[in-house]
Design a protein around this ligand. Structure first.
Ligand SMILES: [Zn+2]
Length: 386
């Protein structure tokens, strides 16, 4: 252990790691599964009050369709012009009670375990801490900063997408505090995602006495699944997954209804267009079956543009100054709200949150040692972007 540095260097901001860790524990201690808007709003309350304390100008937009609220917090400095949008979602994939048994909130071997610590309450708290440091020091960033907290990212942001796009368009840069990637990486490209539900309507009959009168919706479903799964091409990066299949009413009944849910990941606009056109054109192999196709592109692809590459280069230079060994970038098949702003052409840098592992599992954990440098990096970005 080295002695505490009492003479901070100009380009290495001071950060209080213990304070941030306490924040993360508080936020993660409030379970917030996406579909329980009341539970999510308990964390939204905490985020809102943290922003209020910092003197940010708050707008809280009530939730819709059972989801939680959105909070927009804008810095009182920097004027009305376009600035920096910081995004964090406060919902998690973990159901209520996860924290009691399966994934207790606890420190172990340099990690903090707990639901949402990594994806992404940890990142949200780094963003709050970065702003707090500026406010405490009585300093302003060159550009105005808008912090957006959302309640429904893990289910595709059905009620916050419009706000994300609106605020994205009103800003010059977007920083997304989703988790960092293996080996201190940030994210500069994400695949798009299309989701479909395909229902096959057949005709029921007694499987013993009247087999010939029935038309099997399950058989038709199987044929459609075969057409969809072969869209997968690891070379181009398109992947198709039929992840859910339900149908039928009993072993002795020819099945009248079958339903599949499909998730397709798409690396760029061209593959998205071609694949969605293919999905919309699916037709039944058995003309007696009716197919119902619902869905489409849910998240547009987030390709690495020149502007995004430049943003990453800037972040990398700042990271080296802070003392990080590297800040490589990576592309991922997982999507985020960054897809929405990147698709609009707004330079978007993602994966700026905490390092760690085990997102969406009962091994979710954040690397405590990443709290300090990553907060410093966010601060340096906020004070150098102009
Ligand atoms: Zn996330």
């Amino acid at each position: 252990m080295s002695a505490p540095n009492t003479t901070p260097q100009a380009n290495i901001p001071e950060v209080d790691e213990a304070e941030i860790l306490a924040d993360i524990k508080e936020w993660a201690g409030i379970e917030s599964p996406s579909k329980d808007g009341i539970a999510v709003n308990r964390v939204v309350d905490v985020a809102e009050s943290a922003m209020e304390t910092l003197g940010m100008e708050i707008t809280r937009r009530p939730g819709r369709d059972g989801f939680g609220d959105c909070v927009i917090a804008r810095s009182p400095w920097g004027g009305d012009g376009p600035g920096i949008l910081i995004m964090a979602h406060l919902d998690t994939v973990h159901p209520h009670g996860t924290i009691d048994e399966a994934l207790k909130l606890e420190e172990r071997d340099g990690y903090l375990y707990g639901p949402g610590v990594y994806d992404m309450k940890g990142g949200a708290c780094l963003g709050v801490a970065a702003l707090r440091q500026f406010v405490r020091a009585g300093r302003e960033t060159p550009l105005p900063v808008t912090f957006l907290f959302t309640p429904d990212e893990e289910v595709g942001s059905p009620t916050s997408r419009d706000l994300i796009e609106e605020l994205g368009q009103a800003n010059k840069y977007v920083l997304v505090l989703e988790p960092g990637r293996d080996g201190n990486k940030v994210v500069t490209a994400r695949k798009g995602c299309a989701r479909y539900v395909i229902r096959a309507h057949g005709r029921p009959s007694h499987a013993g006495m009247r087999h010939q009168d029935g038309v099997s919706a399950i058989l038709e479903s199987a044929r459609q699944i075969a057409k969809i799964e072969v869209l997968t091409d690891y070379e181009t990066g398109v992947t198709a997954n039929v992840g859910l299949w339900t149908g039928g009413s009993g072993a002795n009944v020819r099945p009248a209804l079958a339903e599949v849910e499909v998730d397709i990941r798409l690396p760029d606009d061209a593959s998205a267009e071609a694949t969605c056109a293919f999905m919309d054109s699916l037709s039944p192999v058995d003309p007696e079956v009716r197919l119902e196709i619902e869905g489409g592109l849910n998240r547009p692809p987030y390709p690495k543009t020149d502007a995004i590459a430049a943003l990453h280069e800037q972040a990398e230079a700042l990271a080296l100054e802070i003392g990080m060994e590297s800040l490589d970038d990576t592309a991922t098949g997982g999507f985020s709200d960054g897809n929405f702003t990147a698709a609009l052409g707004i330079p978007t840098l993602d994966g700026l949150g905490v390092d760690g592992d085990g997102a969406h599992t009962e091994e979710e954990r954040l690397l405590i040692a990443s709290i300090k440098p990553r907060t410093q990096l966010i601060m340096r970005l906020l004070e150098t972007l102009d």
